[in-house]
Design a protein around this ligand. Structure first.
Ligand SMILES: NC(=O)c1ccc[n+]([C@@H]2O[C@H](COP(=O)([O-])OP(=O)(O)OC[C@H]3O[C@@H](n4cnc5c(N)ncnc54)[C@H](O)[C@@H]3O)[C@@H](O)[C@H]2O)c1
Ligand SMILES: [Zn+2]
Ligand SMILES: [Zn+2]
Length: 361
């Protein structure tokens, strides 16, 4: 028997979101229905609402979530009803060319639920990142559920489902920050602040947080930044060089997604170091760099999707670190809100006063 629940839907490009009744089918083979307990508001939800991802409206938004498995379909062995899970958008296929070569973090064929959730009139919904968790319940592929310690707070745990994992992983997995490295992070919103945290966890000796907002910089300091630079008032490239003996940082993480901040990252990095782009650019953005500098400065220019994470490998470890007090996820939860307040949370995102607003159900 299908069920009806409340969910946050973006019906048309740029229109404010609305609360709608959503029809959730029973889970089919390989699927699970999850009772959502918390779901963070990520910049990508706003990108969907603004038509920046694709035109497959209506969208069921929300994708940074934790909850409890309610029911599973045939053949599901990885999770069972009652399990506390974090939802992920990387259920790897095991068969694509990346998976077959032992690099499942790049899986080119990650899967979602096969059946559609719908509006009451039968219109199929496109769930954001194949999740759609601004809803009381959602239907996902069982591989999108990662079981973790149920003692963890759902609001904090859910953040690992997207932005915080993207930032932590950009530092730890993609940037491969190691003990003693110098790291600079440009843009310290939810994702950049998580990259600061990741650099701190990995043992970086110097962590330089850069933003245009002093509030973001003071939070970054709490999360492990050793130095902060407000790039409205100081040249960030000069500042990073000054703080690193004139050379630049070993790893620079760009968490804004703009050509000018990417260029800052490129020149704030030491020779032969690594630049990691985790910020998401828009289609019209172009980058121009002297090819001689790209060659002459050596090193690696990488991009990082979802922090190159593997949910079953990374989520349980990170939740254990959180439970031990070694990974501060609570600082990322600026406010908890109701399902009806997602539109207001999008506005607050524009004003930059939150790391994360988290819907708690
Ligand atoms: N790669 C991935 O897997 C992934 C996952 C989630 C989000 N993202 C992307 O990461 C980016 C950051 O996301 P977020 O949720 O942290 O957003 P956010 O809006 O919370 O943070 C952006 C931060 O950048 C700062 N900023 C803006 N312009 C700047 C400039 N010129 N110089 C320095 N700082 C500047 C802002 O003050 C803010 O603190 C977005 O582009 C988002 O789409 C990527
Ligand atoms: Zn694959
Ligand atoms: Zn996200």
């Amino acid at each position: 028997m299908s069920q009806q629940v409340r969910g946050v839907v973006a019906r048309a490009k740029g229109d404010p979101v609305s609360i709608e009744t959503i029809v959730i089918p029973d889970p089919g083979p390989g699927e699970a229905v999850v009772k959502v307990q918390a779901c963070g508001v990520c910049h990508t939800d706003l990108h969907y609402r603004e038509g920046g991802i694709n035109d497959e409206f209506p969208f069921l938004l929300g994708h940074e979530a934790a909850g409890v498995v309610e029911s599973v379909g045939d053949g599901v062995t990885e999770v069972a009803p009652g399990d506390f899970v974090i939802l992920n958008w990387r259920a790897v296929c095991g068969q694509c060319r990346a998976c077959e070569r032992g690099r499942p973090q790049y899986c080119f064929n990650a899967h979602n639920a096969k059946q559609k959730m719908t509006l009451l009139d039968g219109t199929a919904l496109s769930p954001a990142l194949g999740i759609g968790a601004f809803a009381e319940k959602t239907l996902v592929a069982a591989g999108q559920c990662t079981k973790v310690d149920p003692a963890a707070s759902p609001a904090a745990a859910g953040l690992l489902g997207c932005g915080v994992m993207a930032g932590l992983g950009a530092a730890i997995n993609t940037g491969k920050v190691g003990r003693g490295d110098s790291v600079a992070v440009i843009g310290c919103g939810g994702v950049g602040a998580a990259a600061v945290t990741g650099a701190h966890l990995a043992g970086a000796a110097k962590i330089i947080a850069i933003d245009i907002d002093d509030k973001k910089l003071s939070t970054a300091k709490r999360l492990g930044a050793t130095h902060t630079v407000n790039s409205r008032t100081a040249d960030p490239v000069e500042a990073v060089r000054e703080l690193t003996g004139g050379f630049g940082a070993d790893i620079v993480i760009e968490a804004v997604g703009r050509p000018e901040t990417y260029k800052q990252a490129f020149y704030a990095r030491d020779l032969a170091g690594t630049v990691v782009l985790v910020g998401v650019p828009t289609p019209e953005m172009q980058l121009e760099l002297p090819l001689l500098d790209v060659f002459g400065r050596g090193g690696a220019l990488k991009s990082s999707w979802y922090g190159d994470c593997l949910p079953p490998r990374d989520f349980p470890i990170l939740i254990d670190l959180y439970q031990q007090g070694r990974l501060d996820l609570d600082t990322f939860v600026t406010e908890t809100i109701a399902l009806d307040d997602v539109e207001k949370a999008f506005e607050r995102m524009h004003h930059g006063d939150v790391l994360r607003s988290v819907v708690v159900l």
